[in-house]
Design a protein around this ligand. Structure first.
Ligand code: FUB
Length: 303
């Protein structure tokens, strides 16, 4: 949860709740992808409320937003698997970015394909601008067994990338400026370092701070969120440590964003009655950097 100190409240002279609770919303959801736009934080998520409770078999995604990170609005489903004529099931971990006057959602389906949906609104009106997947196992070379868990990233120079991968195979492909096509083919992402924590499991995410590229990822099942840094978005990345420890859920999946001068991590855990590995809840906490650019271990709050 995001604890607002009384000193900050007093200085700001505004009425703010002292504390927001984790989970941040009361509907089951997982795999939060944060997007900052319109002076709000949008969170796109896998809609675990819509699954069977025995697998991640929901067919729709969910979007929430907040301006104060305390009061969250549920905007419903921005898109569902049926919006892709070429897909049948499993609406898994989304990734959202804004560019060119559009909002883009990168969406894994069928455990084997990643598609893109586009809208001029962050909360609805998304449609498939391609009519085909962006990345697909069996069609494209070097996708790995499980091309899931996309993470789109637009660099300062305009070059965009789509990171993805599960089943211990981190991948990256260049996105063209239109954000709906790729070039150059799928590359492997290299993480160098020693120890079992360097092992990539799934759920990669990229952000950039002070010219450093941070690749963070789940180490497995159960997973910690480890991170590695590089001076080039294509790597190689050097392992730096763990930024988020095991949660009380077997999967670990996060995103990182800066909002109003502070950095935040969104992730999922079991925080609602009836939770299990497939029925997760959304959490958000501060992310703190040390002066040398390393990241302090996140304090997981549950209230
Ligand atoms: O939500 C389905 C899967 O669970 C995601 O793709 C993984 O990252 C894990 O969170």
């Amino acid at each position: 949860s995001l604890i607002v100190s009384s000193a900050v409240v007093a200085t700001a002279l505004v009425a703010m709740p002292a504390q927001a609770a984790n989970p941040i919303v009361t509907r089951f959801a997982g795999d939060p992808s944060m997007l900052v736009a319109n002076n709000r934080v949008y969170i796109y998520a896998t809609d675990d409320q819509g699954n069977s409770g025995t697998y991640w078999d929901s067919n729709a995604w969910r979007v929430y937003s907040s301006s104060n990170l305390v009061d969250w609005t549920d905007h419903g489903a921005p898109f569902s698997v049926s919006g892709f004529s070429w897909a049948t099931q499993y609406a898994w971990a989304p990734s959202a970015v804004q560019r060119n006057g559009y909002y883009y959602l990168y969406l894994p389906v069928d455990r084997t394909k990643i598609g893109v949906a586009r809208s001029t609104s962050p909360t609805g009106g998304f449609s498939d601008p391609r009519g085909s997947s962006l990345v697909e196992r069996g069609r494209d070379a070097n996708t790995g067994e499980e091309p899931i868990d996309p993470a789109a990233f637009v660099d300062d120079n305009g070059q965009a990338y789509l990171y993805f991968g599960g089943a211990r195979a981190p991948k990256v492909v260049r996105l063209n400026a239109d954000m709906i096509s790729t070039s150059g083919g799928v590359q492997n992402l290299t993480i160098t370092g020693t120890g079992s924590s360097t092992a990539f499991g799934e759920a990669g995410f990229v952000h950039k701070r002070n010219g450093v590229y941070y690749f963070s990822y789940s180490t497995g099942w159960p997973g910690q969120i480890a991170y590695a840094t590089a001076s080039n978005p294509l790597g190689p990345f050097t392992y730096r440590g763990i930024l988020l420890d095991y949660t009380n859920n077997n999967t670990n999946h996060h995103s990182i964003a800066e909002y109003n001068g502070r950095w935040y991590i969104a992730y999922h855990r079991n925080g609602l009655p009836g939770s299990n590995d497939f029925r997760r809840s959304l959490a958000m906490d501060y992310l703190n950097y040390n002066s040398d650019g390393t990241i302090a271990r996140v304090t997981q709050t549950s209230v």
